[in-house]
Ligand binder design. Structure first.
Ligand SMILES: NC(=O)c1ccc[n+]([C@@H]2O[C@H](COP(=O)([O-])OP(=O)(O)OC[C@H]3O[C@@H](n4cnc5c(N)ncnc54)[C@H](OP(=O)(O)O)[C@@H]3O)[C@@H](O)[C@H]2O)c1
Length: 390
């Protein structure tokens, strides 16, 4: 099979401290994840300590590796589409909390068809949820490949009528937003929800889920194109949060359109960026602020007096850990999502302004994702035949 395999980390050393901080800013911040230049001129470090930088997305190559043989407890899946995530970039650079032993295949999210069933007698085909040919999506290490092995617990059926491209971006974003808004913040009809980075992967899911639950959505995003996309996915109002006055704009919208406590601000803040402190300026009494992520790159410190004075809750969500600590909720969340899909209230969010076909396009897709140029989910169509069908 073909796969985007990481077999070594490229080390660039030694370099000066100044150069180290320059490279950190230039190449390792969220907003500019370009590859390291191919040739680094070694310079003398003040401490003479080697400073290592790792392989960047554009250096990745597709190689031929043996197709996995059917396993006792895992399905063999033929991958049609693979979703990209920021943590894929970190892992490729050797900076993620989970680093498999070399060599390993990049990518986590995928959608495809079942090519072979688990082989153990305990997994007799009558007790298995899927059969050969079923369309599934899921997440496990090694999605940037034509095939992957995955246990049943990491798979879900592709919703009827959904493309592999859309399904490949569903496994992480949709339950994060549903779990946050519904299970942690208790969103209900009539609430006003402020969704930050609303055109991002989790953001576009949050906009749709809040709308489906009868809320009014104020969406923030950094570009006109992203604000247009947030509107297309159902946001009632859009705000440019690169304007420092954005909390005042949100307050004004609430003052003009809400009554009672709601005139002071929103009921729920969905924050994947790291904007809790500023958001506290535009929340209503009893608001819930969801800590989803830190896309802006730094972990905030919040003045807790505001939490007390406004009688609000700051609530975290770590979706990946629900499979360990709260398995029952995982099923409830997915049932909720599939119900919204069936009612036509939740659709796929695959980025459509540019297409990525074949595994050779993984580096470009990751570069686009890291460069903050995209919206929704950036998906690689692993199956190049999909291109000819367009
Ligand atoms: N808690 C959980 O269980 C969970 C689950 C999934 C994801 N997450 C986290 O949620 C965050 C968003 O994930 P995602 O999949 O939606 O990512 P994404 O698709 O890349 O979107 C992130 C958005 O953040 C905004 N942003 C603000 N400052 C940024 C910066 N300095 N660099 C890059 N983007 C910046 C960008 O929107 P603008 O250009 O409009 O500003 C971008 O569209 C990540 O931190 C991720 O780790 C958490």
């Amino acid at each position: 099979m073909r796969a985007v395999q990481v077999s070594e980390y490229v080390k660039v050393s030694p370099i000066t401290r100044h150069r180290q901080s320059f490279l950190y800013t230039k190449y390792h911040t969220r907003s500019n994840l370009n590859p390291l230049p191919p040739k680094q001129t070694p310079r003398k470090s003040k401490t003479n300590k080697p400073i290592h930088h790792y392989r960047a997305p554009l250096d990745l190559k597709t190689t031929e590796v043996p197709t996995p043989t059917p396993s006792p407890d895992k399905y063999l899946i033929e991958i049609h589409s693979a979703g990209t995530n920021f943590f894929d970039i970190l892992q490729i650079q050797g900076k993620y909390q989970h680093q498999p032993p070399l060599p390993w295949i990049g990518g986590a999210e995928f959608a495809g068809t079942i090519a072979a069933l688990p082989t153990s007698s305990a997994s007799a085909s009558s007790s298995l949820k899927y059969k050969v040919g079923d369309r599934v999506f899921g997440a496990t290490q090694g999605a940037y490949a034509t095939h992957v092995l995955a246990p049943e617990s990491t798979l879900l059926p592709v919703p009827p009528g959904w493309s592999f491209e859309d399904a490949a971006g569903l496994f992480v974003t949709a339950p994060t937003s549903y779990g946050g808004l519904v299970h942690r913040a208790g969103v209900k009809e009539g609430d006003w929800v402020l969704v930050h980075a609303a055109a991002g992967g989790v953001g576009l899911s949050a906009v749709q889920i809040a709308k489906a639950k009868g809320a009014t959505v104020i969406a923030t995003a950094g570009t006109a194109r992203k604000r247009e996309i947030a509107k297309e996915f159902g946001a009632d109002y859009v705000v440019d949060y690169t304007d420092k006055a954005w909390p005042e704009i949100v307050k004004k919208l609430c003052k003009e359109n809400r009554s009672g406590n709601g005139a002071a601000g929103v009921d729920i803040v969905y924050d994947p960026v790291g904007m809790i402190e500023a958001s506290l300026k535009c929340v209503a009494w009893n608001a819930r602020l969801l800590v989803i992520g830190f896309a802006a790159g730094s972990i905030e410190k919040v003045a807790l007096n505001r939490v007390l004075l406004k009688n609000v809750s700051i609530v975290g969500l770590h979706w990946g850990q629900y499979a360990k600590f709260e398995t029952g909720t995982v099923g409830e969340v997915w049932k909720g999502i599939f119900d919204l899909v069936a009612q036509g209230k939740f659709r796929g969010t695959a980025f459509k302004d540019e297409s990525f076909f074949g595994l050779d396009s993984v580096p470009k897709a990751l570069q686009a994702l890291g460069g903050r140029e995209t919206w929704g989910k950036v998906v690689v169509n692993v199956d190049e035949k999909a291109k000819s069908k367009l």
